[in-house]
Design a protein around this ligand. Structure first.
Ligand code: ISL
Length: 564
């Protein structure tokens, strides 16, 4: 389906698989690679073009695979290398790509490099950031980790602190050491030589730290010290080197997708070509912060703010960068619970959010379970928490004398575990995910929200996703059309056009983000033009100058003559 000038990954719809929770083929309650293979026909049926697979490498699992102990082997819980090779060839047989998730900022403290480094092996002693202080209660600086702890952990073997921007089981690699870089480049090339279609590069904009690791100014970044470890001084140089030593030489067209915390469009443009060539598209997070206050707190937000954020990023795409479009991933609460209404309007709001997302310019990502409208879960007790960050949050609260009930609401709203409950394949025991009790609780909704049920119906969230995904294949405006915001001041309706002056045509995408019936004039130009409805979640078949929207109604329509 690739047209001449458009790279495949711009036309594609990606599907993200969190292997631990997708499908368990061997009955141990943990998803695995053969489990994914069993579901490839499902992915094919759904029509997705490429899979982003969360880490499957050998790992002690302190951060569910983002703590890699050996980049070149597969976690035995998930299978082995021949299972992985089979997965790749089964995907490719159906013309579905595979993007591996690579964590180059840090390794597990179980990694051989760290084990040698902590013993002071001269070859490896500088592979990580080690610092000593006069006494172990004084940390080398005031940096904070992403998981609500100080960014330094003390190692008893080396009797020194090591930098750890995530959990203490994840040690930051010292990219200023050229040996570290060349070892990492070898790993990248090793995976490329196995025939994958690209990488999702985890927290790739953290790889360079300010010289001397100075104290941060509290409040300057969302984490103390962030100004010294996010978008650091040598970042572009390292990006460029990584690109030159790996992807640049590759004969096939691969994709490099960069997870970038705290970036703006200018930086994205720099990362995708004006300063360094490593990245093809960026994952930005501005829209994921609208409803959060200080990480775990709830913030009231308005549709205007979402419009502002998206307009900013759509402009950046017009200016030449490219973005991943997502509302869910393995780190985020479920979108239908967060931005929709999973009680009264699950179908309506899940399909509206999908329409909204896929309508923008960029590459849409579907996170497993999103396509059936899976929602957040409830946590009855601390024993149900699996995620290291959520555990830290609860432990910090407990050490201040709080009861679980006092933090339960925050956890239920924002915990990453919400995204990690098992895929709901059917209404049988363990939701068709496994024959055994799974490693994490199953969401209560599985009896009514599952793939088998929605596939059997004519109208369902799943059926709608399939339509939406196939529309992208037929409708080049979804890929290439310019973005234009409509009714910018409206507080309930988010509407926009995707236009092509050359072809004299446009799409209009209009979405009601609320539980209410709402009236809106979408655009005066509708009056003078013929629009065909291409997709609508609530059966609408025409557009009119003034439209009455039902709760969470969404529509995509196309005009044959581009209005002026
Ligand atoms: O989860 C987050 C916000 O909801 C982020 O702060 C997240 O920690 C950050 O985006 C980095 O995420 C990535 O790297 C982490 C890993 O835990 C995440 O799962 C991964 O997506 C460390 O490798």
């Amino acid at each position: 389906m690739t047209s001449e000038d458009c790279p495949w990954w711009k036309e594609a719809v990606f599907y993200q698989i969190y292997p631990r929770s997708f499908n368990d083929s061997d009955g141990d309650g943990i998803g695995d690679i053969n489990g994914i293979v069993e579901k490839i026909d499902y992915l094919d049926w759904l029509g997705v073009d490429c899979v982003w697979l969360n880490p499957v490498y050998l790992s002690p699992g302190k951060d569910q695979g983002y703590d890699i102990a050996d980049y070149r082997s597969i976690n035995p819980e998930y299978g082995d290398m021949s299972d992985w090779e089979n997965l790749l060839s089964e995907l490719h047989e159906r013309d579905i790509g595979l993007v591996m998730d690579l964590v180059l900022n840090h390794t597990s403290t179980q990694h051989e490099w760290f084990r040698k480094s902590r013993r002071g092996d001269p070859e490896y002693e500088d592979y990580y950031y080690w610092r000593s202080t006069d006494d172990r209660s004084t940390r080398p600086n005031n940096w904070e980790s992403f998981f609500d702890t100080p960014a330094w952990s003390f190692d008893e073997v080396r009797e020194a602190f090591y930098l750890t921007l995530f959990s203490e089981a994840q040690a930051d690699l010292n990219w200023d050491n050229s040996e570290v870089r060349s070892d990492l480049f070898e790993i990248v090339n090793w995976w490329l030589s196995r025939g994958i279609d690209g990488f999702r590069l985890d927290v790739i904009n953290l790889i360079s730290k300010s010289d001397g690791l100075p104290d941060g100014t509290p409040g300057k970044s969302f984490l103390t010290g962030g100004e010294h470890f996010i978008n650091g001084p040598e970042m572009h140089r390292y990006f460029e080197e990584l690109y030159r030593e790996t992807l640049a030489e590759h004969p096939r067209e691969l994709v490099a997708l960069g997870e970038c915390v705290d970036i703006d469009p200018k930086l994205a443009e720099a990362m995708t070509g004006t300063e360094s060539n490593l990245l093809d598209m960026v994952i930005f997070f501005d829209h994921m912060l609208l409803d959060r206050d200080d990480r775990w707190g709830k913030r009231e937000w308005e549709l205007q703010e979402l419009k502002k954020v998206m307009r900013k990023w759509q402009d950046a795409v017009e200016d030449g960068t490219w973005v991943s479009l997502f509302l869910s991933n393995h780190d985020q609460p479920r979108q239908v619970s967060r931005f929709g209404n999973d009680v009264e309007y699950r179908y309506e709001s899940a399909t509206m959010l999908a329409t909204w997302l896929h309508g923008h310019k960029g590459t849409p990502f579907v996170y497993q379970g999103e396509e059936i409208g899976m929602g957040n879960v409830s946590f009855e007790s601390p024993d149900e928490i699996r995620d290291v960050w959520a555990k830290n949050y609860w432990e910090n609260a407990r050490s201040k004398g709080k009861e679980f009930d006092e933090v339960r609401e925050d956890l239920e709203r924002f915990s990453r575990d919400n995204a990690r409950t098992p895929m709901q394949w059917n209404d049988k025991e363990f939701s068709g995910f496994s024959e055994a009790s799974p490693w994490i609780k199953i969401a209560e909704s599985y009896e009514t929200v599952n793939v088998a049920d929605q596939r059997a119906r004519e109208t369902s969230i799943l059926r709608y996703y399939k339509e939406l995904i196939s529309l992208r294949d037929r409708e080049p405006l979804l890929v290439e059309g310019d973005f234009e915001m409509l009714v910018p001041a409206h507080n309930s309706i988010y509407a926009f056009a995707r236009t092509s002056e050359a072809e004299n045509e446009e799409l209009i995408i209009a979405c009601n983000f609320t539980d209410d019936s709402v009236t809106s004039e979408i655009a005066p130009r509708i009056a003078d033009s013929e629009y065909n409805v291409l997709l609508a979640n609530l059966g609408r078949d025409t557009l009119s100058e003034v439209m009455q929207f039902q709760p969470y109604e969404a529509v995509i329509a196309k005009s044959q003559s581009h209005p002026t």
